[in-house]
Design a protein around this ligand. Structure first.
Ligand SMILES: C[S@@+](CC[C@H](N)C(=O)[O-])C[C@H]1O[C@@H](n2cnc3c(N)ncnc32)[C@H](O)[C@@H]1O
Length: 303
């Protein structure tokens, strides 16, 4: 489903504004030593959460592989894959995000040899057909106006037999139906403001006041994901990530208690601009059934 009412400029303005507000103070002062410690902490946090970046991504087989990350944001995931020897190409629509990712490769120097970040659009990737062993994208393609076209681009640039590792938001989740649809959509009336209400309902996580709204967010059922990946084979879907603190209003109180009870993990600093509040065992468990993320792995058939 295309949304022609949303321009790429609006997408860039939102993510540029949110991420500058989240990362400016982290990125501005990052040293090489802190970056390597940050990457190790990030990997540790991902392992604790069984996150896609360490589960669906074959980290121990990345050496020498050509990997495209679409929408690297802060560049933490790309830096982790570079540490494992991947030859990264990291493409973000928002220029400041491409620059921030390149800055991390530059700090890594020899450890990220051959890696580069650039500004480019998931819907029109500037790469030849059959170029990459793996295409990875975490929480990006549901924010672009034409998600179907971006998945078709993933397929086009993958080598035959190559793997797509993609996170998309999940519609059959607590977060969509209870927090968003009921809590924000119906109770605040946002659902009546037009087709992109879900984007406008997204909570602002920035440290500054919000001046622009998120122009588009979509979420998918299992069937919707399978339709998007119809040209691929071996499509696997895994649900994860349930957070009580995302419940509007109430969640803030819970988060304070959660932080005291379970602590925070420094792995969040590189990718969220702050430590990650460690989830409770109940949240980890519920994530498998009613989580907000689909971790998708799929292969382009061999020729
Ligand atoms: C939610 S952030 C995810 C960042 C990162 N992947 C992560 O997990 O932390 C979305 C990112 O996607 C980028 N983005 C949005 N639409 C894009 C498009 N059409 N092509 C490339 N990047 C895009 C934004 O600029 C932003 O950096």
């Amino acid at each position: 489903m295309t949304n022609k009412n949303v321009s790429k400029r609006e997408v860039q303005d939102f993510w540029g504004s949110l991420y500058d507000s989240l990362y400016d103070d982290v990125d501005g002062q990052l040293t090489r030593d802190q970056l390597f410690k940050g990457i190790d902490a990030l990997e540790d946090m991902f392992r604790l959460r069984s996150y896609m970046a360490v589960e669906e991504m074959p980290l121990n087989r990345l050496q020498g592989k050509k990997v495209l990350e679409i929408g690297p944001g802060a560049g933490g995931h790309s830096a982790l894959f570079a540490k494992y020897g991947a030859i990264m190409v990291s493409a973000d629509l928002t220029k400041s995000r491409a620059l921030a990712t390149q800055a991390k490769f530059d700090l890594m120097a020899d450890a990220a040899e051959g890696c580069q970040a650039m500004q480019s659009d998931a819907e029109n990737l500037p790469f030849a057909d059959n170029s990459f062993d793996i295409v990875y994208s975490n929480g990006v393609l549901h924010h672009t106006p034409d998600t179907e076209r971006s998945i078709d681009e993933v397929y086009r640039v993958l080598k035959p037999g190559g793997q797509a590792v993609i996170m998309l938001y999940c519609k059959s989740s607590w977060h969509y139906w209870i927090n968003m649809f009921l809590g924000v959509g119906l109770l605040t009336g946002k659902i009546f403001t037009g087709p992109n209400w879900l984007g406008r309902a997204t909570e602002w996580g920035g440290k500054n006041d919000q001046t622009v709204t998120n122009p588009i967010t979509r979420c998918y059922t299992a069937g919707g994901c399978r339709r998007l990946f119809k040209h691929f084979e071996g499509v696997s879907l895994r649900k994860s990530e349930f957070y009580i603190y995302l419940i509007p209003k109430l969640g803030r109180l819970y988060r304070r208690w959660q932080t005291k009870r379970y602590g925070t993990h420094p792995g969040g600093i590189l990718v969220y601009g702050e430590p990650w509040p460690i989830s409770s065992p109940l949240e980890f468990w519920l994530g498998k059934y009613i989580g907000w993320d689909w971790f998708i792995s799929a292969r382009k058939p061999k020729a």
